[in-house]
Ligand binder design. Structure first.
Ligand code: WTA
Length: 651
């Protein structure tokens, strides 16, 4: 983060819980004591208190096949029943589950009873298409209620969803469909974004028809949302509304083993191929519900909760779908972007729905900060009582702005550290308990154990920066990488043997609070989204004009990091294509290949790349160039002069 956004005083400020908050908070300090007395008994208690089991479990953790954990594995549970039917059965059927606001301003209000009824019908529709326990279904939808209905209907059948973010390209969608061998794809004609319809169905058509066709897909279920023209393949494509109108209304939720796979979610790693992170049922839902209850202090009868994440990311899975619905909460779901049709849209929505808990990403907060306080000040944000942050470290200046301008100068902020792999929040303050420290994610939640190690696995003293590891298994941990057990072991467990290596650098201060220092691998973090340097490099070199490419994440004031690429063109093209044209072509190529989120902010066409004698590209030095810093130690380079040439070309 650049100094201009930083306020050195902010780091030293401390905020005890506001008066009155602690006495009503869901969490209290005894949780830490309970968990440290007997960690497994603590988790078993959470699983029993927060969830309804079809068959009670007697075993809490089986770690005998480490690093693949089994939690509560002789128990049986239905995930959708826990998110829906049981709330209706206990009298909360009329409670609003989702206040949905479409991008053009249309809205829907869906109660728990209505959501339950829709999910039952959708489960019958999917079952009618041959989807049964263990089958995979790909979901490629905008932020509309049908996304939630679809995910829960799949879960209800004991099937496995693979949600693919709507911004991913046909190629990315296809590789995910193939990897999981999805039987059915659920999509929409299109969705709304920034005042326009963006088409989704044509991308699905391209994904499943190209290269001989996706062998596993038998049907495509299509929600009508954008009302854009779409091609139709009889026998394969089915309108959602037709199928739902014809569906049986009753569907009895059956119990499935606690370790039944629930979803696969692809995320970027250090290689060119995304990893299909696998999560299962009982442990995942336990930690989703536990964290949602205690970190967000949710009061289902009175709060209106809003997590701004798309369901295509893990935050949308755990804190739009599973956590809030398992707890019977009322939430806002929004289809659009923060700035359309005007830059006060989020604040207008908070006023309209009296949102009391807001969970978003630092990148969004920093872009609002840039626009100034006048816009949020036009709206009544007095309903806000708690704020959350996720995706990257929140710099203290943004933290203070968030609390002062959005939180009325009093709302506690929970800075939550976790990952697609961890499934749910791992490190965060507990509101009403923790004295807050801007910029620090603070302490592991009760039941979670972490450590900071040096590269050789030695425990580091407080104050020293090292590598963040999780030392004990946790209920919502990933159970593997879909179809690739070896990669699961090598990516997370090889480095330290029995400890989970998260890929983040961190330090613990003298009070025992954790400060995250960013990724230590080749994973970038752009607007809180994970991107792999290797994946973008391989997309670049797949273009015929490219000889070599190196990608780095360069610091960016708003997005945290920005994708910057250095590209060498093949000699036959180098003289004929203007660098600006090559750069524009390649930016589009990456967007077509992976998706718009991966489009490099800048591409520099260069004659050479800095390499060590063993041929390794020195990305660290390219980052110096991209960030306009004096270039670091170049003594290991074959030809140190290369860098000054690149630097001169860039600046
Ligand atoms: C980063 C998102 C600092 C971190 C839930 C992690 C954070 C990666 C924080 C996971 C935070 C997430 N402070 N860094 N509060 N939250 N990160 O899988 O580098 O999309 O490894 O999961 O985001 O990103 P993912």
């Amino acid at each position: 983060m650049s100094d201009s956004l930083e306020n050195p005083q902010a780091k030293r400020l401390r905020f005890p819980p506001p008066r009155g908050f602690a006495s009503h908070a869901n969490a209290d300090a005894t949780l830490y004591a309970q968990a440290s007395t007997d960690r497994l008994a603590f988790w078993a208690q959470q699983a029993r208190d927060l969830l309804s089991w079809h068959k009670p479990f007697t075993r809490t953790l089986d770690w005998s096949q480490a690093p693949v954990a089994k939690w509560f594995d002789d128990g049986e549970i239905n995930i959708a029943y826990n998110c829906l039917d049981r709330h209706v059965e206990t009298g909360a059927g009329d409670r609003v589950a989702i206040h949905w606001e479409g991008e053009p301003g249309d809205s829907r209000e869906i109660t728990y009873a209505e959501l339950t009824a829709d999910v039952k019908k959708a489960a019958n529709v999917l079952a009618g298409l041959g989807v049964g326990a263990g089958d995979r279904v790909a979901v490629y939808l905008p932020m509309i209620p049908e996304a939630v209905v679809t995910m829960l209907a799949i879960a209800r059948l004991g099937a496995v969803h693979s949600v693919v973010f709507g911004g991913f390209s046909a190629d990315s969608l296809r590789s995910r469909i193939d990897d999981a061998e999805a039987k059915v794809v659920v999509t929409a004609d299109g969705g709304w974004r920034k005042g326009k319809v963006f088409a989704l169905k044509p991308t699905v058509d391209a994904a499943i028809e190209e290269d001989g066709g996706a062998a596993s897909v038998t049907n495509v279920l299509v929600v009508r949302r954008g009302e854009n023209e779409v091609a139709w393949k009889e026998g394969r494509d089915i309108w959602w509304h037709d199928a739902m109108a014809a569906a049986e209304t009753e569907h009895v939720a059956q119990g499935f083993p606690a370790e039944q796979p629930l979803f696969i979610l692809y995320t970027s790693g250090t290689t060119g191929t995304p990893k299909g992170i696998l999560h299962t049922s009982g442990g995942y839902l336990t930690q989703a519900a536990y964290t949602h209850k205690n970190v967000f202090d949710i009061k289902p009868e009175t709060d209106v909760y809003w997590c701004t994440a798309d369901v295509g990311w893990i935050t949308g899975h755990t804190y739009v779908v599973y956590g809030p619905l398992a707890n019977g909460a009322t939430q806002l779901m929004f289809e659009g972007t923060p700035d359309a049709p005007h830059p006060g849209r989020w604040w207008e929505l908070i006023e309209k729905y009296k949102v009391s808990i807001l969970y978003t990403a630092p990148t969004a907060i920093r872009s609002f900060m840039k626009l100034g306080t006048a816009i949020p000040e036009k709206y009544d944000l007095s309903s806000i009582r708690l704020l959350g942050s996720v995706g990257e470290p929140i710099n203290p200046a943004a933290w203070i702005w968030y609390r002062d301008v959005i939180g009325g100068g009093k709302a506690p902020i929970v800075d939550t550290w976790w990952q697609t792999e961890t499934g749910a929040i791992m490190v965060s303050p507990l509101p009403g308990v923790t004295t807050l420290k801007p910029g620090s994610a603070q302490t592991p939640l009760p039941g979670i154990q972490i450590d900071i190690l040096d590269d050789d696995g030695n425990h580091l003293e407080q104050g020293d920066a090292g590598l963040l590891v999780i030392t004990e298994p946790w209920p919502s941990m990933l159970r593997g990488i879909w179809g690739n057990e070896e990669r699961y072991k090598s990516a997370y467990w090889e480095k330290f043997g029995d400890k989970y290596f998260a890929g983040d650098g961190a330090r613990i201060d003298d009070d025992g609070d954790l400060w995250l220092l960013g990724r230590v691998d080749d994973v970038m973090n752009v607007s809180g989204h994970r991107l792999s340097t290797a994946e973008i490099e391989s997309a670049l070199v797949s273009n015929n004009i490219v000889a070599e490419a190196a990608v780095v994440g360069a610091a960016d004031e708003t997005t945290g990091q920005a994708v910057v690429a250095f590209v060498i063109l093949k000699s036959e093209f180098a003289n004929d294509i203007e660098p600006a044209d090559a750069s524009a072509t390649l930016r589009k190529h990456v967007a077509d290949h992976i998706g718009a989120i991966a489009r490099p902010a800048k591409i520099y066409i260069v004659a050479e790349l800095p390499k060590t004698r063993s041929g390794k590209i020195m990305r660290r030095l390219l980052r110096d160039v991209a960030e306009g810093r004096p270039i670091g130690d170049t003594t290991t380079l074959t030809d140190p002069a290369v860098l000054s040439i690149i630097d001169a070309q860039v600046h």
